[in-house]
Design a protein around this ligand. Structure first.
Ligand SMILES: Nc1ncnc2c1ncn2[C@@H]1O[C@H](COP(=O)(O)OP(=O)(O)OP(=O)(O)O)[C@@H](O)[C@H]1O
Ligand code: SF4
Ligand SMILES: [Mg+2]
Length: 339
């Protein structure tokens, strides 16, 4: 899949860490995540449940509760968002960056027509009058592939299927043409044929509007079909980053190998969801100076259990900002078959 990709990142995240503190414990939900996203690019974020995917995106969106302690930098173009107050974020959300969630029904207001809900965003952010907002709402419904948009604009959420409601949520998210769209499991609640339609909508947004997309998904088939690059997270930490074809062809981190093995094994092509890897995800109460995957890793040795591996370029001749990086003391080589 191709789309024009500019060189300047529209979203730049550096050393983002998030912990939640209560009287009794501190949960280190996200630990030094960094990535860049350019216009028209799709970054997939994958990892087991609880590895910090949603907390990362909520931190970028400024939507975490006050109990969250956030460090690091989040830049949208020239704007630094870290430390921005609610008022500043209010201007950024919707205009520069928007998010869609897994469950479209809970995010829509059941007593307002979909046209009114899209129109409200346009009136608030872009100062359109009622007539202009309605006309633009019809255009947006058309953009997200809702048939007969001029009629459906007056319908209520319960009159629409789950897939159509998710399209409405996307229309609301992109109403003000944000540079970045974060989609957190946007198709998980939908059946497979409906999922494909939603992914097509995301593809067309990136192609027609140049929207940069962070796509959080458990579905490795979706990653392969949709993403340009992939960020693999484990227990709050980034463990591998790579262009999508490289990640599938030559996964370096044992955790990534574990995730991909079920898909890559002969006959395993039908398995799209993340497989179970033996062992438990570690508690997030501490930040050990060790590889957190060591208890589940067949390659673990004393180095792994006594010092934390940083993300490093995995090709010997690559620079520090190489596109393929892994946080592992003993990364796999291309020659090793995926087991
Ligand atoms: N408000 C909060 N207070 C305390 N801990 C939290 C809070 N929100 C999330 N966490 C913890 O942060 C960790 C990361 O959660 P997160 O929701 O980002 O996982 P995820 O990767 O999105 O998982 P899933 O695939 O299930 O959606 C989890 O251990 C979670 O319990
Ligand atoms: S650093 Fe060691 S324990 Fe961690 S993934 Fe690599 S080989 Fe396994
Ligand atoms: Mg999540």
């Amino acid at each position: 899949m191709s789309a024009p990709v500019s060189t300047e990142p529209v979203l730049s995240v550096r050393d983002l860490s998030v912990s939640f503190r209560s009287d009794t414990r501190t949960v280190h939900a996200v630990d030094q995540v960094s990535f860049d996203l350019r216009a028209g690019e799709v970054l997939a974020v994958v990892g087991e449940s609880g590895c910090g995917k949603s907390v990362t995106s909520m931190a970028v969106m400024g939507l975490l509760p006050p109990t969250a302690h956030i460090t690091g930098s989040v830049r949208i173009g020239e704007k630094e968002l870290a430390g921005a107050d609610d008022k500043a974020y209010g201007k950024i959300r919707g205009n520069d960056i928007a998010m869609i969630f897994q469950e479209p029904m809970t995010s829509l207001n059941p007593v307002l027509t979909i046209g009114r809900q899209i129109g409200e965003v346009l009136r608030r952010h872009q100062g359109l009058n009622k007539k202009q907002a309605r006309a633009r709402a019809v255009e947006l419904l058309d953009l997200v592939g809702i048939p007969a948009p001029a009629e459906r604009v007056d319908e209520y959420p319960h009159q629409l299927s789950g897939g159509m409601r998710q399209r409405v949520m996307i229309a609301i998210a992109v109403a003000c043409d944000p540079a970045v769209l974060i989609a957190d499991e946007p198709t998980t609640a939908l059946d497979v044929t409906v999922q494909a339609g939603i992914l097509e909508v995301l593809q067309s947004l990136r192609e027609r509007l140049g929207t940069a997309i962070v796509l959080i998904t458990h579905d490795l088939g979706v990653v392969a079909d949709t993403a340009d690059r992939v960020l693999v997270m484990y227990a709050g930490r980034p463990v591998e980053q790579a262009p999508v074809h490289e990640l599938f062809a030559d996964p370096k981190h044992p955790y990534t190998r574990g995730l991909l093995s079920a898909v890559l094994r002969p006959g395993g092509e039908g398995k799209r969801r993340l497989p179970e890897i033996p062992g438990l995800v570690p508690s997030l109460d501490s930040q050990p100076d060790a590889c957190t995957f060591a208890p589940r890793c067949a390659r673990a040795d004393d180095t792994c259990t006594s010092s934390r591996p940083g993300l490093k370029a995995v090709a010997a001749d690559a620079g520090a900002d190489a596109p393929h990086r892994a946080a592992c003391w003993h990364p796999h080589t291309l020659q090793e078959t995926v087991s």
